[in-house]
Design a protein around this ligand. Sequence first.
Ligand SMILES: [Zn+2]
Length: 278
Amino acid sequence: MRAVAVSLTGAAGEAQLAHQAWPVAAAAMGRLMTTAAMVGSDMKEDVGRITVEVNGGGPLGRVVAEIRPDGSLRARVQHPAVDLPLRADGKLPVGQAVGVDGYFRVMRQDLFGNAYQGQVELQSGEIGEDFLHYLWQSDQVASAVSVGVLVGTEGLVIGAGGVMVQALPGCPKDLVDRVAGQFEQLTQISRRLADGETLESLVQEVLPEPIHWYSQEPLAWRCWCDRERIQDMLKTLPDSDLLDLISDGGAEVTCHFCRTAYHFQTDELESFRKSAST
Ligand SMILES: [Zn+2]
């Protein structure tokens, strides 16, 4: 069996701050970033980035998380200021906030810009279940997934992460069933991560034999937007749009992922017009 355990409390907390996200929006981003890290756990060198996206027609709108091979993560949510009452069991109503009328999508983009994508219809909008459904539809491999984000009394993320276990070819059916049974008992992962429990002990709890760690990859909230890329985008604008921006006295472009604002003065915008016309 293959297991992937993810702890990204820090990155999920930074995503929340960057977007000024309310608890349920922060939880959706944190859960989605966890699934992106799981998909990215076997990321090849030639992969540029992996994007995981949900859009279920709920109040959050579109939620996107992306990861690069170096462990850089970023995320965005269309409507970060969503407030819904807690569920009867005290959990954040992520499924209700995401909605179920839509898709769970995974896109791999290589370094040459070619993209490969797969998607499934949302099952519950809870993200973990939807990811599990995606894994089954795309790989037909028996898997178990649990992802979670815990928000403290201040409304800020204090625990985020998850565990995924997958059967490798030739794995006996009774072992798969046993692990699936153990997995059912594995609850409150985010609470346990918040309390300082290690990923090793979480994984060991569901697997019957001692585990061997193959690799450990650092994960961090780190956007890869840069001024040059935005400049290139501005250079492709029609001349009339550039003239509009110049008459507005300059342009400000905000990155949708990290909310960094890039300012462009009128003389810079003038030079983009010239470079476009030559
Ligand atoms: Zn950015």
